[in-house]
Design a protein around this ligand. Structure first.
Ligand code: 6MZ
Length: 359
């Protein structure tokens, strides 16, 4: 039996006109991890064609079985254990190109695309079959099949990386940008327990000098110390991923500098960093008219879509714009303007011109 995610339940509770309303909203996806957004059918197909060695077969089979059923996590740290199964399959440039094409298509293609603009992110990975440079070329070759107002790419740095790996990834991102390739930013992601964030400064400075914008996963869990959060904020990022556990001082700083927050509702609920939808920190930011953007994070494990995330937003009672209120036509315009401001403010924080089709 497949266990439905929170987004599926929220979508099911919508009537056709509400669904149409969500579909009609201009949307941008600014926080989506490539290897977390693969369609399950593609993974299954890749697994049937290619597994590099027998030791990986078990990892892949168990990983796919879990994803098929729908993961239930005790805590966020369990989540990162899913990736070895996916990485065993996306370990060469042919499969990386296939994966990127499928993820871009999922968000951007068809008569009802999920969004008008996608900023996809991924961590350059070196395997026995590809270098980090080859990884990035494979992904960018696919991203650049779309016009620049539809798709762009962010290079992710994993918190587990040491200085040599950080340098290699940032050097690559900077030189690709200078060659005119569609790299718009640098992200920091990975298991929130890992790494020492003090080593990042030099590499983020290099990226900024090259004209790249910065987005950082920050305070995703209660275990992330306020000292670490302060340190990450001192790097003056343009956007923040999650920002779930900020203390009052950090919240004030974030609001004063208007750093856009990438909100991933299903992700936070399923990873149990937010106990219930009604407790979500998005309430605080919307109440303070702070820029937020609604994103999916990892569509595969979180069993979500951009429409599903907007359905969750619609179901969020504390906005005073829950499902019942949205049925009231007098409140619909304010809901629409809230959604639009979320989309538009997200775009304000990214590199390059704002696509006309979104505004
Ligand atoms: C932190 C996350 C994440 O880069 O291989 N990733 N990092 N928090 C999250 N939210 C729960 N979701 C995904 O995509 C997969 C990688 O993105 C990061 C993890 O490092 C994961 O291995 P790429 O394309």
């Amino acid at each position: 039996m497949v266990i439905a995610g929170p987004a599926a339940a929220a979508l099911d509770s919508l009537d056709p006109s509400q669904r149409e309303f969500i579909q009609s909203l201009p949307k941008a996806e600014l926080h989506a991890h490539l290897n977390g957004c693969l369609p399950l059918s593609l993974l299954q197909d890749m697994a049937s064609q290619y597994i590099s060695d027998a030791a990986q077969t078990k990892i892949v089979e168990e990983g796919i079985a879990k994803l098929q059923k729908g993961i239930i996590l005790d805590e966020i740290h369990d989540f990162f254990g899913l990736f070895p199964a996916i990485y065993a399959l996306t370990s060469n440039t042919t499969n990386m190109r296939r994966a990127t094409r499928a993820v871009l298509g999922q968000f951007l293609d068809g008569t009802k695309p999920w969004c008008s603009y996608l900023e996809l992110r991924s961590t350059p990975r070196q395997t026995e079959e590809m270098t980090r440079k080859e990884y990035l070329h494979a992904v960018l070759d696919e991203v650049e099949q779309y016009p620049s107002h539809k798709a762009a790419f962010i290079v992710s740095l994993d918190r587990r990386m040491g200085v040599e790996e950080l340098k290699e990834c940032v050097d690559l991102a900077c030189s690709l940008k200078s060659e005119g390739r569609r790299v718009v930013g640098i992200d920091l992601c990975g298991d929130p327990r890992a790494g020492d964030m003090k080593i990042l400064e030099e590499y983020l400075d290099m990226a900024k000098t090259a004209g790249l914008l910065i987005t950082l996963h920050i305070a995703e869990t209660a275990e992330n110390s306020y000292e670490e959060t302060k340190q990450l904020l001192s790097y003056q990022p343009n956007r923040l991923g999650h920002a779930t556990f900020l203390d009052d001082e950090a919240k004030t700083l974030v609001r004063e500098s208007k750093m856009c927050i990438e909100i991933c509702l299903s992700s936070n609920i399923l990873c149990k960093t937010v106990p219930r939808l009604e407790d979500h920190h998005i309430r605080y930011y919307i109440q303070h008219d702070h820029p937020v953007v609604i994103c999916t994070d990892d569509t595969l494990p979180f069993r979500t879509s951009l429409e599903g995330e907007y359905a969750l937003l619609l179901a969020l009672p504390p906005l005073g714009l829950g499902l019942t209120e949205v049925e009231r036509p007098d409140l619909l315009p304010s809901f629409l303007s809230l959604m639009n401001s979320a989309v538009v403010s997200g775009l304000h924080a990214r590199a390059g011109p704002v696509p006309e089709s979104v505004i």
